[in-house]
Design a protein around this ligand. Structure first.
Ligand code: SAM
Length: 195
């Protein structure tokens, strides 16, 4: 992830002890939507370097569980269970499901972004695939009433993802926090209240 050192949010992240500026995206969304509540079980997909897990851990206030997953290594965060693996692989999904021990989840937060090839149609398809996988996983494992916050890139396939989310959630809304730079085509979709 390229971060510009003179970026206001990068400076804040250094000052506040967060591993990435992405922390402020989750904080802004959570301040508005109150997704994270003590006692919850949360799955963080695409978690490295770990700022969303840091925020989730703080807001759970010692109560609750976080399972984080990423294809890249992540330095340990106390109270966060980490799986290193590719979420597209069946064996990795299985490891995650085993950790859940058949217990449903309250919240899935998914900030996955594939490596960029530079060929926009390929990048868009890869990103949309990760979003779909996060959605499938959430529909299988979220409790009724549970929520999914997932990163999506605006482009072909976006409307289809929104439609698919509508089948599983009472409400689907778009969130574009300030820390998500204007030039970025990323937005976050919030699926509230798993049906
Ligand atoms: C924008 S970063 C996430 C930042 C994180 N939310 C934070 O706050 O620190 C996107 C992450 O998605 C991960 N990722 C991309 N493809 C993945 C895959 N197939 N399986 C698991 N993680 C993946 C990348 O390795 C990267 O760490």
């Amino acid at each position: 992830m390229q971060e510009h050192l003179n970026d206001e949010y990068v400076k804040r992240a250094h000052r506040d002890g967060y591993r990435a500026r992405a922390a402020y995206k989750l904080m802004e969304i959570d301040d508005k939507d109150h997704l994270i509540k003590p006692g919850m079980t949360i799955v963080d997909l695409g978690a490295t370097p770990g700022s969303w897990s840091q925020v989730a851990r703080q807001r759970l206030k010692e109560h609750g569980r976080i399972i984080a997953l990423d294809i890249l290594e992540m330095s340990p965060i106390p109270g966060v269970d980490f799986i290193q693996g590719d979420f597209r692989e069946e064996s990795v999904l299985k490891q995650l499901e085993e950790k859940l021990n058949n217990k449903p989840i309250d919240l899935v937060i998914a900030d996955m972004a594939p490596n960029i090839s530079g060929i926009s149609s390929v990048d868009q398809a890869n990103a949309a695939y990760l979003t779909e996988l996060a959605l499938d996983f959430s529909l299988k494992w979220l409790k009724p009433g549970g929520n999914l916050l997932v990163k999506v890139f605006i482009g072909s396939g976006f409307e289809e993802i929104v439609q698919n989310m509508r089948t599983g959630f009472e409400k689907v809304a778009t969130r574009k926090p300030k820390a998500s730079r204007d030039r970025s085509s990323e937005v976050f979709l919030l699926g509230s209240h798993r049906k």
